[in-house]
Structures are given as structure tokens and as C-alpha cells.
Design a protein around this ligand. Structure first.
Ligand code: FAD
Length: 416
């Protein structure tokens, strides 16, 4: 039987620095890419769905340059089964973190397969996953990063019966695709020495990198970002600011490796700490946040941006999650799911890792509560509130500081 390499695309939607794809083209003369359309059905965020569809279109075009067809299926198991009757198949895929992601991989492992872990900048390594980010970073910074990035070899392909990639009609603030990802990263090289000063601002396209939507679906690899960053530092200079982009990429690696090692504990109410706090599920409180009716302007404006665009800066994500857990005492899992269903850059490890962190069941060692109004003053909240609520910021009548003390006592069993 003729040999056929099948490359499964999920959140590795690129041709550059894609180990599964590269190995397939090195091992075999005939290669086909496969995308399972069922994966799109699990995406509730219309923003993310549209972004991914745009990225897949671009992937299909880019794969053609290497002679490879991208085929769509609605039933991965039966497609693999059918092809295995005609060809001697090997399935190539990128391993991902998350419960659903792992279950999916079991379907692929029924055939001859090769798997690669390539979601992170650094190769996964053992560390105490219950410990702090600093503990991880000290070890991580000593690791070599391989920047020898390759594109696939040109090969033959086969025609395969095709389902059709659906179209959606969401208006997006970012364009999807590997080409766009490279454009964005190259564009941002103009700002790397300002990043440290601007990264917490609530408005502005270039205040932070906006790499996350591309990294989340694998339109670009973190190693490619790192390589371009290092090249720019060589061309100009390295600064605290340019270092800080690498530092933030390490946070991303951290949560991916915590999820990998903890066997998905980040999805549990008891988190990494195995402590059962008295989180509530009060319907009125939940609705006040979801409908942007808390009465705290910066919180309500954040909800407005999130629900209108699928985007939120890191600072605003922190404020929302802190208000949710530390002022209202709500179960963080409901908040994390809310974000999951909206974010354009949703990634299980980054989302659930950050939510668990803020809910004090993850890697945070200190009990922190953000003061939304103070934060708003500090990070340009008035312009932001103007943009999303069409009014100037007003001091709220909500006694949120008092609420935070009550929640600390009653939900987290901590004394003032
Ligand atoms: P930059 O500030 O420019 O950072 C550069 C890159 O570093 C980002 O693109 C991202 O890949 C990584 N990064 C930065 N901060 C973090 C962080 N705290 N955790 C993990 N990676 C980080 N990020 C996601 O990619 N997907 C999510 O689903 C997600 N959910 C989040 C939920 C909450 C409650 C919070 C507090 C944070 C969440 N983040 C998530 C992390 C962070 O908010 C976004 O990665 C960041 O805002 C994206 O903007 P940027 O690309 O401009 O980031």
C-alpha cells in the first residue's frame, strides 16, 4: 500500500515552525492536511469562530505552496478509517492541553501516529506546578530556545472528498491568518521599546502586542515571535521593555505547563490548592456583571467591550475577574466559561490559569483584590469609559470595598 501522511490541524494553523507538518513532509512523499469542522461547533464565540475560519482559509492557501491539499471532515474517525483502508497512513498532530483536547487525541491514537508538543516557547519541563510564577521563571529562563525554524518540504498530495468550510459574518477587530500574524508581529517591532510603559493601557491597538489571538489558534508559534523579537533587538538594542515581551510569553508557557502537569486541575472549583472556598452562584450578581449593570463604570465598560468585540486588555480582564471573585464572591468557573464563550483569543490554559489565579485557587500566593476605580484612574479609564459607555467616569455608589472585606471573610475564610 502507498504511504500517506495525514496532518491534523487544530490550534496549529500555520506552515512555518509546525513540527507535525514538517515531519510529515520529511517522512513521506504524499501528504494531506485535515481540519475537523466539528471543532468549530464547540466554539461559542462568534468572534473567535470567524477569526479561525479566516485563519483556515489562509492556511489552505499557504499549504498549496508546498503541494498539500487541506481537506475538511465532519467525522474524523471515519475519515481516518476510510483512508487507512486505501493507504498505509500515519497521523501527525500537535498535542494540546485541556480535557476535551486530550480526549480528541485518543481518537487519533487509534492509528499509527506521531505527536509533537509545540504550544510553548520552551520545551515542557518538570517543576512544582503549585508554586509561583517566579519559581517557574527562574528555571525557564535558563532553558535554550531553538530558533531553527523550518518550513515544510514540497510534496505530493491526494484529492479527498471535501466538506465545505462554513462562512460567518462577524465584524472583527483583528484579521485572522498566518500572513496577518506575521504582519502584526513585524509591525509591533516598531514598539518593543515602549511596551513596558504602555502595556497596561486600556485603549490603543499598539499599547500591547495583540499577539494573543494568533498565538491561541497557532497562526504563529511563540518561537517565531521570539526569533523576530531577538532579531529586532540585535538590529536596535535590548531594553527592559523588549525583555518584557519575552517575560509575558513565559506567563503563557507557565499556564500551559501548569495545565499539562496538574492534569487539568485548573478546571476544578478547588483548583490547584484543593481548597473548597464558599463561592456563590447568586443569579442577581451574575446578571449584574453579564449585563453591564454593576454600577461600577470601569467594570461595566469592560463587559461592553468584551461582548461587542471579543477583546479585552489584560488589565480589564484582571479587573473583571477580580470583581467577579473578590467583590461578588462568585464561582470563578462561571466567569471563566463566560470569557471562554466570548474571547477571540480563548486558550484553555491562559484563560483558566488566570481565572484560577485571581480566584485564589491557582498559583497566586498572596490574596490580592483590585480596586477598580483606582486602577481606572491609573490606566486611562476615563477615555475607555467614554468610548464604551459614552459618558465620563463617575464614582460609583456601590460599596465595593466593604463588599470585598465581607467576601474575604465569608467566602475565603480569611480575616482582615
Ligand atoms: P501582551 O501584553 O502584548 O503580551 C504578549 C503575549 O504574552 C500575549 O499575546 C500572550 O500570549 C502572553 N501573555 C501576556 N499576559 C499573559 C497572561 N497573564 N497569561 C498568559 N499569557 C499572557 N490570554 C489568552 O491568550 N487567552 C485567554 O483565554 C486569556 N484569558 C485570560 C483571562 C483572564 C481572567 C486574564 C486575567 C487573562 C487572560 N489572558 C488570556 C491573558 C492576557 O490577558 C492576554 O494574553 C493578553 O491580554 C493579550 O493581549 P496582548 O497579546 O496584547 O498581550
Amino acid at each position: 500500500m502507498k504511504k500517506l501522511a495525514l496532518v491534523i490541524f487544530r490550534n496549529n494553523l500555520r506552515v512555518l515552525d509546525n513540527k507535525a507538518l514538517l515531519s510529515a513532509t520529511k517522512d513521506c512523499e504524499t501528504v494531506i492536511g485535515i481540519y475537523d469542522l466539528n471543532l468549530l461547533d464547540y466554539i461559542k464565540s462568534s468572534f473567535r469562530k470567524e477569526f479561525i475560519i479566516q485563519t483556515i482559509h489562509n492556511l489552505e492557501k499557504n499549504l498549496k505552496r508546498y503541494g498539500i491539499n487541506l481537506s475538511y471532515t465532519k467525522d474524523i474517525s471515519s475519515t481516518l478509517e476510510k483512508l487507512s483502508k486505501k493507504y498505509c497512513i500515519t497521523v501527525y498532530f500537535s498535542k494540546e492541553v485541556g480535557t476535551y483536547e486530550e480526549t480528541y487525541e485518543n481518537k487519533l491514537k487509534k492509528f499509527s501516529y506521531k505527536e509533537y508538543f509545540e504550544q510553548t516557547l520552551i520545551e515542557p519541563f518538570e517543576f512544582d506546578y503549585t508554586n509561583s510564577f517566579s519559581h517557574f521563571r527562574k528555571k525557564a529562563e535558563k532553558k535554550e530556545i531553538d530558533t531553527n525554524l523550518e518550513t515544510p518540504k514540497i510534496v505530493n498530495t491526494i484529492d479527498c472528498r471535501n466538506e465545505i468550510l462554513p462562512s460567518t459574518f462577524s465584524t472583527l477587530i483583528f484579521k485572522g491568518g498566518e500572513d496577518e500574524a506575521l504582519k502584526r508581529v513585524n509591525h509591533y517591532m516598531n514598539y518593543i521599546h515602549d511596551y513596558f510603559e504602555t502595556r497596561n493601557e486600556m485603549c490603543g491597538l499598539d499599547s500591547s502586542t495583540k499577539f494573543s489571538p494568533y498565538l491561541a489558534c497557532g497562526a504563529i508559534s511563540p518561537r517565531t515571535v521570539y526569533k523576530i523579537l531577538k532579531k529586532e533587538e540585535e538590529k536596535t538594542f535590548s531594553s527592559k521593555s523588549s525583555y518584557w515581551i519575552y517575560f509575558e510569553l513565559l506567563w503563557r508557557d507557565f499556564f500551559h505547563m501548569v495545565m499539562l502537569q496538574s492534569k487539568n486541575k485548573l478546571f476544578l472549583k478547588t483548583g490547584l490548592k484543593n481548597i473548597d472556598f464558599n463561592f456563590n452562584t447568586n443569579k442577581k450578581s451574575i446578571e449584574s456583571v453579564l449585563h453591564g449593570n454593576t454600577g461600577v463604570d470601569i467594570i461595566d465598560a469592560s463587559t461592553k467591550e468584551l461582548t461587542s468585540t471579543g477583546w479585552l486588555s489584560n488589565r480589564n480582564r484582571q479587573l473583571l475577574a477580580s470583581y467577579w471573585t473578590k467583590n461578588l464572591g462568585l464561582d470563578f468557573r462561571i466567569g471563566a466559561k463566560w470569557f471562554e464563550d466570548l474571547l477571540i483569543d480563548y486558550s484553555p490554559a491562559s484563560n483558566w490559569g488566570n481565572w484560577a489565579y485571581i480566584a485564589y485557587v491557582g498559583n497566586d500566593k498572596r490574596y490580592n483584590v483590585f480596586d477598580p476605580e483606582e486602577q481606572s484612574k491609573f490606566y486611562g479609564g476615563n477615555t475607555y469609559i467614554n468610548k464604551w459607555l459614552h459618558k465620563n467616569e463617575t464614582s460609583s455608589h456601590v460599596a465595593y470595598k466593604k463588599m470585598a472585606l465581607k467576601i474575604k471573610r465569608e467566602v475565603f475564610n480569611l480575616n482582615e
